[in-house]
Design a protein around this ligand. Structure first.
Ligand SMILES: Cc1ncc(COP(=O)(O)O)c(C=O)c1O
Length: 442
């Protein structure tokens, strides 16, 4: 008998859920059983407006027919092809389409299966690139406080999240960090990029002087830090990082796992901020979140450094069983076609001022101590309950879900990043409901 997927399972014990308060969830489960466009359907038949594009990934909305059909067709035609020493057309076609929308100077695509793997790949590429160029002493990696670069060892080492440093041991050696750019005293309630903080990029000169430029391989930052609370780059900050890295022969990596594929109203943050790095890590919106896939985009300079030696030799000792998987590639092609046909990146740019006004209408509402936004991303920071950090925002998340909107919380910050198909009426509904939730919150 076919399993009724709408039925709530009667034993939730076996599945150890990721980044979840497991005990709380299993006492009071929140189950989605279907989705369409801007809405999820819960197991008890309610509609929930998706204020987060799943996990910042379903930029075209849910269950889009073109993407679904492409996956079905590819699965029936060529389910899997070996990723090493063999190819299939969809992976090449998708790479070309990604490069078509990438910033000028970015010319190659290396496939992974997630944002975390894209980060590991980019860090390894940076070290191997310098070695290929005869500068094998360049092995240090520089990240930033409050950076999130996924969950693998390289990513948590260059990332700047205290829990990773507390729980997972000594991490990678040879890593240093820039200061974060969150300056609420000076920048609270800024619309778009804050005025203050570009000088924090100058700290890179101090780090370079401390270690010696000949020891540093790369600097990795999120152009806009998403997961630690939606922190916009101060005006001039990314330009400074680009200039300092160039001056010292250090590669600049933008982690665009959230900002890639239209979130800011341009294909990538590199275009939105007009600063082009040497490599970009992507995932999420690449396949509309539907099938796991990531990609590292590199300059020709990075790629070409490896293309030497005997032609029968593998140039880069790296890759995944599922790199460029046919079904993921088909999903990626259909996703990029959907973005293009529906003009979703342009739509995000057009909606951004409306989104901004709606978000900032929450200024003055109970508990709100800061609001930040760019493109179709926004954050509302709450005053934490004394001695109980994260509790207030989590209560807001639960109340919002009960009232039919999906938001996301990180610390005491509420982050929102709706699918780019959201309507103005749905923006009003999302922000209006959030306002009601906050007013009723202890
Ligand atoms: C900037 C950034 N890098 C990396 C990741 C990790 O991606 P994944 O969860 O696909 O491994 C994320 C996920 O949110 C992210 O925001």
């Amino acid at each position: 008998m076919a399993l009724d997927r709408k039925q709530t399972p009667n034993d939730l014990n076996a599945f150890w859920m990721p980044f979840t308060a497991n005990r709380q969830f299993k006492k009071s489960p929140r189950m989605f059983v279907a989705a369409k466009d801007m809405h999820y359907t819960t197991a008890d038949g309610r509609q929930v407006l998706d204020g987060t594009a799943g996990l910042w990934c379903c930029n075209a909305g849910h269950c889009r027919p073109k993407i679904t059909e492409a996956i079905q067709k590819q699965a029936a035609e060529l389910d899997y092809a070996p990723a090493f020493q063999m190819g299939h057309p969809s992976a090449f076609e998708l790479a070309n389409r990604i490069i078509d929308i990438a910033p000028k100077g970015i010319e190659h695509v290396f496939y992974t299966n997630s944002g975390s793997e894209s980060v590991e790949t980019a860090l390894k590429l940076a070290i191997a690139y310098h070695r290929a160029k005869g500068q094998g002493t360049r092995t240090r990696l520089i990240g930033r406080e409050r950076g999130y670069h996924g969950v693998n060892f390289g990513g948590i080492s260059v990332g700047g999240i205290v829990n990773n440093r507390k729980f997972f041991g000594t991490l990678l050696a040879g890593v240093d960090h820039l200061p974060h750019t969150h300056l609420p005293d000076q920048n609270a309630f800024t619309r778009g990029q804050p005025e203050h903080g570009a000088n924090l990029a100058d700290d890179l000169e101090r780090i370079v002087a401390l270690h010696g430029p000949e020891t540093i391989a790369a600097v990795i930052v999120e152009p806009m830090a998403g997961s630690t609370g939606v922190l916009m780059p101060p005006k001039g900050y990314l330009e400074k990082l680009r200039a300092i890295t160039k001056k010292h022969g250090i590669l600049l990596i933008f982690d665009e796992v959230i900002t890639g594929f239209g979130r800011l109203g341009a294909p990538f943050a590199a275009q939105y901020y007009d600063v082009v790095p040497d490599m970009m890590t992507t995932a999420k919106g690449l396949t509309n979140g539907v099938i796991p896939m990531g990609a590292v985009l590199t300059s020709a300079e990075v790629h070409d450094a490896f293309m030497q030696g005997p032609e029968h030799m593998i140039e880069l000792f790296h890759g995944y069983t599922y790199s460029g998987n046919p079904i993921a590639s088909a999903a990626g092609i259909a996703t990029l076609e959907t973005y293009k046909e529906e003009g979703l990146f342009e739509r995000a740019a057009e909606l951004a001022p409306y989104w901004e006004d709606a978000l900032h209408s929450l200024k003055g509402v109970r508990h709100v101590i800061d609001i930040r936004n760019s493109g179709l991303i926004g954050a509302v920071e709450l005053e934490p309950i004394a001695g109980e950090p994260t509790k207030r925002a989590f209560a807001a998340f639960l109340a919002a879900y009960d009232k039919g909107i999906l938001i996301r919380t990180t610390g005491d910050i509420i982050a929102m990043s709706p699918p780019l198909i959201i309507s103005k009426a749905q923006i009003d509904e999302l922000i209006g409901t959030l306002g009601d939730v906050l007013k009723a919150l202890d």
